[in-house]
Design a protein around this ligand. Sequence first.
Ligand code: YK8
Length: 177
Amino acid sequence: GRLYVNRVFNISAENMFELLFTESHFIRRFMNARKITNAILAPWQSDASGSMKRSLNYTITITNPLVGKFSTATENQILYKESREGQYYLVDSEVYTHDVPYHDYFYTQNRYCIIRHSKRKCRLRVYTDVKYKKQPWGLVKSFITKNSWSGLEDYFRHLESELMEEEVELNQGGGDP
Ligand code: YK8
């Protein structure tokens, strides 16, 4: 896997969780910017193990010339029960892109880790892995992996930069340093 984001933000852990994992203005704006449409976000619900789950469905716009322009996608997120409000949040997210070539072979697993750093700061880590449901031919596998990494890198670089802008806006209100 790869670590795409690993940075301390001037945003509290609680606020970071809300920005990324609720229907916040931030995530709506970000989805618009990425041309992610038809989004249906189910609410968080507790499961039998005591963790929380939700699923998201949306259509992504793809810029990779090898692939059609759009794909529907399903994202299953789990907020582990080990998470502690305001302190530590661990979210695993499996993303299935239904309409890309070889879609029945792979999915993407994103692990988001939000750790309280101080009252108004947190560290965000996003760790990504391309997982295989069935083993493709070697050449196909490297093709899928290579094309996934480039799309993921672009996405998370954009997310990081939008979070840095949000951080500036949130801290413009003044207050103690
Ligand atoms: C989520 C992983 C692969 C896919 C794409 C497919 C290439 C097909 C390979 C062929 C287009 C928002 C990605 C990047 C689309 C976007 C997905 C996003 C960024 C040529 C063999 C969508 C996070 C996420 C997870 C997986 C990403 C796809 O929140 O390359």
